[in-house]
Design a protein around this ligand. Structure first.
Ligand code: 13P
Ligand code: SF4
Length: 314
């Protein structure tokens, strides 16, 4: 590619390639502004899974992290699913290697766990699970879980503890977390609340309990849009990854959306989400690479708990 291409050229080239490939561009709410602006759909993990299921495109260019593109491929084995950077991982996915989960389930076979797995996990972990959930439907998924089996919630202990509080269901948690959301502290949020005493606080459930206790609303990234739109507060502190502010400021103009500690702390940017660039998006559409490839048996095993989730979320 010509190294002097401007971002206007790149955008035009991406749109031309998209047409040529009959592709759809799906982007997570944490993608940078340029990618959000060129995407056909921007949303949370649940919305993106539904879009991936519904699309009639031949190619899905997934701008998010690897497990999201992998989920789209599991649902759509016949489609080509590409992602701008194959190294865009997730600390939650890393915290639960499939071998470790498999060994734990084997050692505790007599417990007959009902394994509820957060979508931020590998296909191999999904294949060992009974049902998948996202932050947008986790409460509903756990409410529908059988009551005669103990629940093992994998891999996010913070989302798990929030769901347990919301549903009253006791469960065991895998010891994983999101390295971005656990960086927020009660003190750092309180400091901003002191500056804006009338501000409402909305936080992602991947935050720690101490932070969630300060929030007026705890929800998925997509539901943050409705919360900010409907909140009577003019000032709203948003406790999640920094790029969410782009989506929120576009969809909810007229409110003072405060990036919370993200203004003061670069750690609130997900380094994996940031790996995607317009240039890499162009290249993955041009080369149809990197593409997600999965072993058939694993894909089938991972598909069942995802389809259970989608059925339970309609
Ligand atoms: P959402 O599904 O709420 O967008 O969360 C995805 C994620 O990775 C949060 O860190
Ligand atoms: Fe994973 Fe956290 Fe990044 Fe979300 S913000 S993709 S949970 S590391």
């Amino acid at each position: 590619m010509n190294a002097t291409l401007t971002s206007t050229d790149l955008r035009a080239d991406i749109l031309a390639l998209k047409k040529e490939r009959n592709a759809v561009i799906l982007a997570h709410n944490y993608q940078n502004a340029e990618i959000q602006e060129i995407a056909d759909y921007v949303g949370d993990s649940l919305g993106l899974s539904f879009r991936a299921q519904e699309t009639e495109a031949d190619v899905i260019a997934f701008c998010g992290v690897h497990f999201m593109a992998e989920t789209a491929k599991i649902i759509n084995p016949e489609k080509t699913v590409v992602l701008p950077d194959a190294n865009a991982g997730c600390s939650l996915e890393d915290s639960c290697p499939a071998e470790d989960l498999g060994a734990f389930l084997k050692e505790n076979a007599e417990k007959n766990y009902y394994v509820v797995t957060y979508i931020n996990s590998s296909a191999a972990v999904k294949a060992l699970s009974d049902v998948i959930c996202t932050s947008g439907n986790a409460v509903r998924i756990v409410e529908a879980a059988p009551t005669d089996r103990p629940i093992l919630f994998v891999p996010d202990q913070n989302l798990g503890s929030w769901v347990s509080q919301q549903t009253g269901r006791e469960m065991e948690f895998w010891n994983g977390n999101c390295y971005v959301h656990v960086e927020f502290t009660r003190e750092s949020i309180q400091k901003i609340k002191d500056e804006y005493p009338d501000a409402a606080v909305v936080a992602h459930p991947e935050c720690t309990t101490a932070v969630r206790l300060l929030a007026d609303e705890v929800c998925s990234t997509e539901r943050m849009i409705d919360f900010c739109r409907n909140s009577p507060s003019e000032n709203i502190i948003v406790v999640t990854e920094a790029n969410m502010l782009h989506r929120l400021r576009r969809d909810v103009p007229g409110k003072n959306l405060i990036a919370g500690p993200t203004d003061r702390c670069a750690c609130a940017e997900c380094r994996y989400m940031k790996m995607n660039t317009l240039e890499k998006l162009y290249l993955c559409l041009r080369d149809l690479s990197p593409a997600v490839e999965l072993d058939d048996a694993m894909r089938e095993a991972a598909k069942a708990p995802i389809m259970r989730m989608l059925e339970l979320s309609k």
